[in-house]
Design a protein around this ligand. Structure first.
Ligand SMILES: O=C(COP(=O)(O)O)[C@@H](O)[C@H](O)[C@H](O)COP(=O)(O)O
Length: 365
């Protein structure tokens, strides 16, 4: 087929799909370490550590300088702009530290959400202006993949058709621009503020609508799906839902929804943890990789909170706790690596920190 406006060359396509496959190689997922300065303030406040540039650097140093075996379970790391240009204690730029361990470097490229007028607090995501130039620079600075997040709200009348159409289109514009240089990770967070959903499957209709619109838009914009990864949240019950669902329930609801919406050309689906406890996020992922349904893509993790909470709790801002923090991080990474193959068998009860819910009511993205 000849196109008036040619897309990617075969070489570009190969490079993109090779990178995507490396990130989601068997047993691997993503460390989402792209918390913005404001989000880091919330994380550090919990352990009474001041949110300074040096403290943010030190915590990232602890994660990135963990034992090299970390790359058996972490295929890629998402950076925030500031971190990309910070150095390790030994004076190496962080992207180099991560690459030397065999992990792929990624960067958050969106510029946050903005309200959609006339809606009930719904948003779109900004950052398309200058994106092509920023991506080219990030590529020069060592990044091989990029992340962009859209947030859809579940509430009475939400997500609205306008929010669904707008966010699908902006994700597709982002992916089509970014794909000229980097593998793209598209995130559609469905932010569950509505608490009256009493059954897990009640929320899955919204995931279906949003994901169907996202893949229609990605195809309309000629996005090369083999060079993309999807980062959605899992289909879970509303946070105030009193009925408790098992990991198997969550797994069936989520995998069924994804099978109906995400093309087989997409190499991997890397879930965010979205306020689940570390252990819950691991058990749910594990269950997804055990459901008796065909799964044409890898199902793995791109966790922020669910990979870092125990490490933060162990660190407490003290140098003496550095090793304990690294051990906690490596342990969660290993567990999630096993869960991405459906091989996690919890041997001992999880630690207090790992069981603690990481949910924040009305979380602002
Ligand atoms: O999607 C993500 C997963 O987070 P989570 O597992 O839900 O803690 C992360 O990449 C977040 O986007 C990250 O924590 C950045 O947060 P912001 O500062 O942009 O809100």
């Amino acid at each position: 087929m000849t196109h008036q406006f040619p897309g990617l060359t075969p070489e570009q396509k190969k490079e993109l799909s090779d990178i995507a496959q490396r990130i989601v190689a068997p047993g691997k997922g993503i460390l989402a370490a792209d918390e913005s300065t404001g989000t880091m303030a919330k994380r550090l406040q919990k352990i009474n550590v001041e949110n300074t540039e040096e403290n943010r650097r030190t915590f990232r140093e602890i994660l990135f300088s963990s034992d090299p075996s970390i790359s058996n379970s972490i295929g890629g790391v998402i950076f925030f702009h500031e971190t990309l240009y910070q150095k390790s204690d030994s004076g190496k730029l962080f992207p180099q530290v991560v690459k030397e361990k065999g992990m792929v470097v990624g960067i958050k490229v969106d510029k946050g959400t903005a309200g959609l007028n006339g809606t009930d607090g719904e948003t779109t995501t900004q950052g398309l202006d200058g994106l092509s130039e920023r991506c080219a620079q990030y590529k020069k600075d060592g990044c091989d993949f990029a992340k962009w997040r859209c947030v859809l709200k579940i509430s009475h009348g939400c997500p609205s058709p306008l929010a669904i159409a707008e966010n699908a289109n902006v994700l597709a514009r982002y992916a089509s621009i970014c794909q000229q240089v980097c593998v793209t990770i598209s995130v559609s967070v469905i932010d569950d503020h509505f608490t009256n959903y009493t059954k897990t499957m009640d929320t899955h209709v919204f995931h279906l609508q949003v994901l169907a619109a996202v893949y229609k838009a990605l195809n309309d914009h000629h996005v090369y799906l083999e060079g993309t990864l999807l980062k959605p949240n899992m289909v879970t019950a509303g946070h105030s839902c009193t009925k408790k669902y098992t990991p198997e329930d969550v797994a069936i609801a989520t995998v069924t929804t994804l099978r109906r919406t995400v093309p087989a050309a997409v190499p991997g689906i890397c879930f965010l943890s979205g306020g689940q406890s570390e252990e819950e996020a691991s058990l749910n992922l594990n269950a997804m990789n055990q459901v008796p349904l065909h799964r044409p893509w890898k199902l793995t993790f791109s966790y922020g909170r669910a990979l870092q909470a125990s490490a933060l709790a162990a660190w407490l801002g003290k140098d003496a706790n550095r090793k304990a923090a690294q051990d906690a991080f490596c342990s969660r990474a290993k567990i999630n690596g096993l869960a991405s193959k459906g091989e996690y068998k919890p041997a001992t009860p999880a630690s207090q920190a790992a069981m603690q819910s990481l949910y924040t009511a009305s979380y602002v993205y």
